[in-house]
Ligand binder design. Sequence first.
Ligand code: DGI
Ligand code: FE
Ligand code: FE
Length: 184
Amino acid sequence: MTPERASHTEGVISAALSIASDCFPGVLDPTVVRTAASLHDATKELDQISLCAEYGITPDRNMLACPSVLHAVTGAEYARRQGCTEEICSAIRSHTTGAPDMTPLAQVLFVADYIEPGRKHQSCVLLREEYMSMRGTPGCIDTITLRILDATLRHLLDRGVPIHPDTLTTRNFYLLKGTSNNDR
Ligand code: DGI
Ligand code: FE
Ligand code: FE
């Protein structure tokens, strides 16, 4: 792992532990949170196509169109081979796109990956501040999840790259979860 990836991983571990105790007090085992965060980008620096072949994963057309998402799928399989629970593997699998109705662990990892203290991108800084200002309030994890998805979608649109359907489905899920009006 490069020093940059190691330091990002340390940032995700500490952010995830804080978010877990802010938003799901007494629900998540800190050891489980730490394991998921430690492994979430374990395969990020490897060649994804070779790794898929080694793991017997056949990427579908959406995955091939969005290669940045593949490390989440191979990372989940890596964790499975390391003996991690399904809860951890599935949280790793959804850490890049999110997933509708994430488990507490998956949602903590998804948010921590974006707002960990080492991220310097303007939108990460702004969302980190926004999270800090509302931490502990009811629904704050869903609000920040939606904001991250919106920022990610804007970023992908600006770059003109394909949007993975899971990113869009997740955004719609948290948008509708936060409003009673289904067609705002
Ligand atoms: O692995 P990290 O850099 O820590 O963060 P990540 O797992 O969230 O990956 C971020 C990258 O994934 C970033 O380059 C944007 C990309 N990404 C996220 N959602 C999508 C996506 N790329 C495409 N093409 N489509 C998506 O829906
Ligand atoms: Fe990642
Ligand atoms: Fe990451």
